[in-house]
Design a protein around this ligand. Structure first.
Ligand code: CTP
Length: 468
């Protein structure tokens, strides 16, 4: 299907679309999907009846957030990129944060406080001299009752006001009064971005400790304008916010690499070799490491799981791709290899679909895949301080796992019995034997999340030098 680029529409249509999207609290792309669906339905095309575009539904109510959720104050400035800030609200919420919004007067030309408030689940604030808001919350509390302030889009005007400490509206007052970390997502015309005044203001803000994400390079909203100045994408801003919010924990300052999920080794364009790994254990370990304050990179094979929030996820298909991604992600302090890597791949992948040949079963020539764990465990340079593997066994679990530890050269092996009757592969719980060069420790059956937490506690203790 041909892709549709909103930017290719004419200005009038774009303006109308922007208004409609803002009114409904959707991104422009989602709004286009809704319009197309309605048109298809009106045309009575039965074939399209089941068409239900993902992410189309308006989220009228904010998702439930944990009581101890991190709080983000999002200041939406007056730029064309403000429509993306509605999507940003959802992205920040997806990482588990509670979001509160302030809209500048200029922002309200692009998005409405109603849309921002509906998505955030709390009314958006707009006015420094609004008696009701001052009575309810007050600008000083807005500035303090948050863990992070995000300004997106941060316009040239907002940067100038911040750098100069001007307080002529609510956003200015909050930015001056806050003692919380601030993240800016600048967005403006490339000439305004390159202007000496903007760069001077930015340098001042960076010197003041403000963090910046973007801007990116590309086509601008104005026809024929391109260059550096496009606001970073909502997912990039959300990732930067998550990194700034990362809790201080026992793994703060440590970089942890985790592989997870199966790999898929293609046979032909429609078939592949795979295994039953769900990725649940590996993803849980990545999430537990992030919750302990680590900088985590998760290298994931094709698993049907949501990406853990606040974690850099590299998606791969094959063992060779996984090895390349692991090598790119090094150095790391700790590497946990939880992926169920396919041991073999087809020697020659067929370009076309392999056809049945008169009922004769066809033999596939296989070659062995690289052993990622063993490769990393034997590295001379950049070997992580702690290299941890898994052993998926069905017989003689501990004996086989011990042999694997020696053969692969890793520091620890987490052995588990993956016989079908254990329900471990694909299930939510796991029974682990932690095997080191000198000991075997058997853990009770527990949820994969608890296994992950227990492992990360042990990792933190090992890095502190308590136990190895
Ligand atoms: N592993 C790997 N690369 C491979 C195969 C396995 O990194 N090509 C890692 C797994 O992520 C796991 C460990 O090695 O941490 C053991 O995997 P497992 O499937 O139990 O063992 P195999 O090495 O495949 O050996 P076997 O299938 O003979 O038991």
């Amino acid at each position: 299907m041909a892709s549709l680029t909103v930017r290719q529409l004419d200005d009038k249509l774009k303006a109308l679309l922007r208004l409609r999207a803002a009114r409904h609290g959707r991104s422009m792309e989602d709004e286009v999907r809704v319009i197309l669906k309605a048109a298809a339905e009106a045309a009575g095309r039965e074939v399209l009846e089941k068409f239900e575009p993902p992410a189309m539904a308006v989220r009228r109510r904010a998702p439930p957030v944990a009581a101890d959720a991190r709080r983000i104050l999002l200041i939406i400035g007056g730029g064309i990129a403000a429509y993306k800030s509605l999507d940003l609200i959802r992205r920040l919420q997806d990482s588990g944060a509670r979001v509160r919004c302030i809209l500048t007067a200029a922002a309200q030309h692009f998005v409405t406080p109603l849309a921002a408030g509906a998505l955030a689940g709390e009314r958006a604030f707009t006015d420094l001299f609004d008696a009701q808001s001052e009575f309810d919350v007050g600008h000083i509390r807005l500035a303090r009752d948050t863990d992070l302030v995000v300004v997106a889009p941060a316009t040239a005007d907002l940067l100038a006001k911040m750098a100069g400490g001007h307080v002529d509206d609510l956003a200015g007052a909050v930015l001056l009064a806050t003692d919380r970390p601030i993240l800016l997502a600048p967005a403006m015309n490339p000439r305004m971005w390159a202007a000496k005044a903007t760069q001077r203001n930015l340098a001042q803000l960076v010197a003041d400790g403000v963090r910046v994400v973007g801007p990116n390079s590309g086509e601008m909203a104005e026809r024929g304008e391109a260059g550096l100045g496009r606001m970073a994408e909502p997912r990039e801003i959300a990732a930067a916010a998550a990194a700034m919010l990362r809790v201080a924990g026992p793994l703060s300052g440590a970089r942890v690499l985790v592989t997870s999920g199966p790999t898929h080794e293609p046979i032909d364009p429609v078939r592949f070799i795979a295994n039953r790994s769900s990725g649940k254990q590996g993803h849980a370990i990545a999430a537990a490491a992030a919750a302990a304050g680590a900088d985590v990179v998760l290298i994931a094979g094709p698993a049907d799981l949501p990406e853990p929030p606040g974690i850099a996820v590299v998606k791969v298909e094959t063992a060779n791709e996984m090895l390349a991604a692991v090598e790119r992600a090094l150095p790391a302090d700790v590497a946990v290899f939880a992926a169920a890597v396919a041991d073999w791949r087809v020697e020659r992948v067929s370009r076309g679909k392999i056809k049945k040949q008169h009922g004769e079963p066809r033999a596939l020539a296989l070659v062995e895949n690289p052993d990622i764990l063993a490769t990393v465990a034997h590295l001379k340079n950049h070997r992580p301080r702690l290299v941890i593997g898994f052993a998926a066994e069905t017989d003689d679990v501990v004996a086989n796992a011990r042999a694997k530890l020696a053969k692969k050269g890793c520091d620890w092996i987490l052995a588990n019995d993956v016989s079908p009757e254990t329900g471990i592969m694909g299930g939510d719980s796991n029974t682990i034997h932690l095997i080191t060069a000198t000991s075997v420790e058997s853990w009770p059956r527990q949820s994969k999340d608890d296994v992950a937490r227990q492992l990360i506690e042990r990792v933190a203790a090992a890095l502190r030098g308590e136990k190895r």
